[in-house]
Design a protein around this ligand. Sequence first.
Ligand SMILES: Cc1cc2nc3c(=O)[nH]c(=O)nc-3n(C[C@H](O)[C@H](O)[C@H](O)COP(=O)(O)O)c2cc1C
Length: 131
Amino acid sequence: MIGYAFCGSFCTHATSLSILSELREKGYDIQPIVSECVYSTNTRFGTSAHLIEQICTICSRPVIHTIAMAEPLGPASPLDALVIAPCTGNTLAKIACGITDTAVTMASKAHLRCDRPLLVALASNDALSAN
Ligand SMILES: Cc1cc2nc3c(=O)[nH]c(=O)nc-3n(C[C@H](O)[C@H](O)[C@H](O)COP(=O)(O)O)c2cc1C
C-alpha cells in the first residue's frame, strides 16, 4: 500500500490527480491523505468537496484528513512508501523541524519512524529559502 498525500499547493492538484490516476491504472493500492488545509479550503482552482470526491473515486477509499486518522500509519499499519505531491513549503518546513500538526505531517512522522521511503514533490513558488 502506498500513501499519497496532497498539501495546499492548489494550482498543482490537477497535475497530481493525473499522476494518482496513472498509479491506480498500474495497479497500486493507494491510501489518500490530505492536509486539513486541503480538506477545508475552496479556491479559484476548485472546491475542496470536488477535489476530495475525485481523490476518493480514483483510490476507491476515503481520505485520511486528521491527525488521529493518520496516526496508525506508523508501526501499527505501515505503508510501503509515502508520496507527498504536492508538498507545500509549509509542510516541508514543518517536517524538517519535527512539527506534527496536520494529517500530512503526522503521516510523515509515523512513516519515517518505520524507516520507510518518503518521496517529496515540493511545490513552492515563493519564499522557498524561508521554507
Ligand atoms: C490558491 C493558493 C495556492 C497556493 N499555492 C501554494 C504553492 O504552490 N506552494 C506553497 O508552498 N504554498 C501554497 N499556498 C499556501 C498554502 O496553501 C498554505 O501555506 C497552507 O497553510 C498549506 O497548508 P498545508 O501545508 O498543511 O497543506 C497556496 C495557497 C492558496 C490559497
